[in-house]
Design a protein around this ligand. Sequence first.
Ligand code: ACO
Length: 383
Amino acid sequence: MMTQERYAKIAGWGKYIPEKILTNHDLEQMVDTSDEWITTRTGIKERRIRTENDTNSSMAVAASLPALEMAGLKATDLDLIIVATSSPDYLLPPVSSQVQDMLGAKCGAFQLTAGCSGWVYALATATQFIKSGAHNNILVVGSEIISFALDYTDRGTCVLFGDAAAAVVLTPSDEPTGVLAFELGSDGSGAEALQVLGGGSSNPLNQAVLDKRENFIRMDGKAVFKFATRVVASSLKRVIDQAGLLPDDIDLFIPHQANARIVEAGARLMRQPAEKFYMNIHKYGNTSTASVPLAMVEAIEEGRLKEGDKVAMIAFGAGLTWATVVVQMGVGAVSPAHELFSGARMSYMAKRARNRVVDTVQMAMVPLYTRLNRSRNNKKKDE
Ligand code: ACO
């Protein structure tokens, strides 16, 4: 007897944005920077910073309540809570147990840390619990107070990040919906590009750590930029292919909101119009693991993402890590790749083969394009 396949539907969502706004002009008073530099190099105009009333757990709960209400569930209906974060209230307990208690839920809860990729990792993980039949209702939160780890004397990092939280509730469905395909990636050889060296068991917090400012984020921006531009397009292409779709079938791309230039490069390498790549980076900067779910919630609120749409989401960050999902919002049509002997399938196979040839040529051209760009920029500097 064939068993019915189970899917994990995104049945509710919510967000929490701290009230306090830190603009580029505010930052001009704090470090040697300018609104013009930040806007042109990153796309960021302002970001939110937690107030004294905000904690990671309170922000997670504030994002979760509307998600539960929309899903028509009470906290006691939850079977599992996953909170993705790199900035929990404390080293112990895990913030997930605080959230479980504050919501009044009676279920397992765990914290997941995978840098900025954490929430997408958590979404893919939660989906497996529902697909396997182990659980029914799961809350997946991304909550981040990344400002606590920012060195407001380092203009290379403090202008980039902000605080926020967002959450979704997953429920079981027999219809194809939710995460259709995913990829979880890690390349620890690149760890030095993005680190907080102090405060862990290898280098516990003490005066020497504070004096060396090792309790703050250190980043090799150029290395992260290079990694991110490569991984965004390549991982999106693999996961879209795994879902039996073509990039043209994706209604909206939601990339990690780290830098508008990374997003634009991703769109170019995907040969997709830039307008298909959602951005709210100008309002919030990089909110780490809250970035992708916050962008998803706002895309829905703005009518950019609707029932029946297919959305591809990608996050990347410390680790180095990345995580990519293709998600069906509501219920959609079956992908032509999964139909047998149909005209739609033949056309899909032909377009897929053509894309592969163009991708190979394009990737071979990237180093040449980068070199040309660099010499053009150097020439401009000399003039
Ligand atoms: N204001 C003014 N000047 C600045 C600033 C600033 N805020 N920051 C750096 N500069 C200066 C540098 O000192 C450098 O000056 P120099 O030429 O005299 O040495 C100049 O600007 C150019 O610096 P670059 O590092 O080459 O600038 P770039 O164009 O690479 O942009 C940036 C830097 C924005 C950090 C970029 O590299 C980037 O976005 N990288 C990716 C970062 C990222 O995505 N991180 C997070 C991912 S993981 C996560 O989300 C946790």
